[in-house]
Design a protein around this ligand. Sequence first.
Ligand SMILES: [Zn+2]
Ligand SMILES: [Zn+2]
Length: 411
Amino acid sequence: MNFILYAVPFFFVLIAVELLADRWRGVRNYRLADAINSISTGVLSTTTGLLTKGVGLLTYAFALEHLALFKLSGDSVWVWVFAFVLYDFCYYWLHRMGHERNILWAAHSVHHQSEDYNLSTALRQTSTGFLLSWIFYLPMAVLGVPLLVFVSVAALNLLYQFWVHTKHISKLGWFEWCFVTPSNHRAHHAQNALYMDRNYGGVFIIWDRLFGSFQEEDANEPVIFGVTTPLASWNPLWANLQFYAQLWDDAKRAQSKWDKLRIWFMRTGWRPADVAAQYPMHKPDLSQFRKFEVPLDGRQQRYVALQFGVYIALGSYLMNLEQSLPAAALLLGWSAIALGLFTLGVALENRPWAWKLELLRLASNLPLVWLAPLVGLWPASAVGWAGLFSYSLLSAIGLYWCRNRFTRLAS
Ligand SMILES: [Zn+2]
Ligand SMILES: [Zn+2]
């Protein structure tokens, strides 16, 4: 059952509630560019997932068929309870390794790049987790947890994690002892040395208490959110590639073949000695910490926010119709989303070529309207043509309206 799809409207309602709570308390936990960047990685992650989920499903189904020691029935409530707890145990190890090993951190770091902490941070998800995360759930197949139960508890686990990404809820008494909470998950998102690599649980924090990775949030050490090597970008594609690119560069520069290979599997942050000496990397001083920010005019912000709505709609459309859409349609939809979110990221960074790229994106609606019915993304219809044409025209007018602002701040 795809719980995530049905949860999407609730995510946005709760984000609106949190924004009201911010206003009520006179605090500012949201910045538009950061929230758009976080939700962009979420849209990219879910739509990439439509194309790549086969990796996790097929490997799980294969292991269930050939390696299962038992055959558990999805009719028993105890199997569901067992699977729910076991999933979180596997998640704990995936998540822990996701922080402790270079190649897994390259995927997971996306979730941690935001320097704000709010419900939109929960939607900040990786698009490359599918490459290796399936390995950590194979024990569930070996123990005979049926595929449907596995998929359902996975979605429930992810859903649970949504509400803990808020600064509005303080410590919750006895609940802190067994469950992942806003307080102990805030500590998990910190870049302060005290909190580094702590609190990996998804639903249960007991794993951290058992395996020595628990750290309580300390009022004397306010959390500074983010990663120690800042992303310093609003681009959701770069967010997914940044750490892979760094590892790739280091592997290329290393003299020893062994170093070129092992860098991917070493502890996070490990670099070959010759590369580290030649290309030193300095960690920023946290006492001087300032959030990444690009000044952006109000008109530009409104323009980007409105355009962003289009991609939320397109992403939801793909998720809704996933079952009935051919792979080519999903691929075309994904490409349109990736190009669009990339372009909006460039606009948020106010790069000098942002408006040219935006024009190119609008022009790309023309081949899109021709290709989409061909691959079955949507049926060919005059209404569709008219809709996309009006959207492009309105956007072009909007862009013209902002034209000076897209260049003024950049120069
Ligand atoms: Zn993490
Ligand atoms: Zn988190």
